[in-house]
Design a protein around this ligand. Sequence first.
Ligand SMILES: *[C@@H]1O[C@H](CO)[C@@H](O)[C@H](O)[C@H]1NC(C)=O
Length: 186
Amino acid sequence: MTASSVWGTAAAVGLASGLVGYYIGLGSTLGYTRGGSSSAKDDEDDSEYETESEEGDADELKAVKAQGDEPCKLVLVVRSDLNMTKGKIAAQCGHATLACYKTLMRSNPKLVQHWERTGQAKIAVKCESEEELEILQASAKSLGVCARSIQDAGRTQVDPGTTTVLGIGPAPVRVVNQVTGHLRLL
Ligand SMILES: *[C@@H]1O[C@H](CO)[C@@H](O)[C@H](O)[C@H]1NC(C)=O
């Protein structure tokens, strides 16, 4: 793959994410009603932010390498104890995917390109608490695997600042499984 086609692919992925985000946003605006009507305010309430402290040390993320054509994956760990709607979970997973993508593109672009070339697998699993997410994040970091958590700024479904989803990877399946292998599919 040439450098220009890599960037072409990256641009296409970015555009596609934007469109998916737009439709998810549209869907939640149309679908989420309170007192029989939806408003722009409901849409605003669905906004998210991420904390910088979650980024970790970029140097640590350089060490993980994929061999040959070995499979890589991004695992999206969703908190099941928050009772989020499907639309909310979809939006949060979109945020986590983009956060991991951006972080790893900066610190280990070769690994991101390997993941893209081998099908950019994504798996959604669940966990039961914020504490469990923190343990998973620490475990990922100890192996040099990218881990980004998403905090919700919204007030419609969860309290502001609640951690909703943790993205782990992309990284070789054999490494990610050491962190998330015990978790059940969402
Ligand atoms: C989620 O639903 C369960 C079962 O109905 C309930 O016990 C729990 O309190 C709910 N959690 C939240 C954060 O609303």
